[in-house]
Design a protein. Structure first.
Length: 111
């Protein structure tokens, strides 16, 4: 019982990545995870084992574009940015998230 659960609902990771890239622009993987962790007030942590398969899937879908660049620490890294198709998907993901959270909220408040 003492272990911390940090599970993210299936599909939510895509939304978090797309929203991060929409608001921050081109970022490498570590910067994406750091942004999500920071903005969530350290409530959400995205592990490498989840992030990179998700980024690959988003790239395959055409929602993000990846290109090699250099980090602020002068290291080679892949930088990801949102495509036009990704912006459309972000809006669809946000609408879906709102419907889900509204439904969950209704169940929680039901007396």
């Amino acid at each position: 019982m003492g272990t911390k659960r940090n599970d993210i609902l299936q599909g939510t990771l895509d939304l978090l990545i797309l929203r991060t890239l929409a608001s921050r622009g081109k970022l490498h993987g570590y910067a994406i995870t750091a942004h999500i962790h920071s903005v969530s007030n350290e409530l959400l942590r995205v592990e490498e084992g989840s992030l990179y398969p998700a980024l690959h899937r988003l790239e395959q879908e055409g929602w993000v574009r990846a290109e090699w660049g250099t980090t602020e620490k002068n290291r080679a890294a892949r930088f990801y940015s949102l495509t036009a198709k990704g912006h459309k998907q972000l809006h669809a993901e946000e609408a879906s998230w709102r419907r889900l959270t509204e439904g969950v909220d209704r169940v929680i408040r039901f007396a």
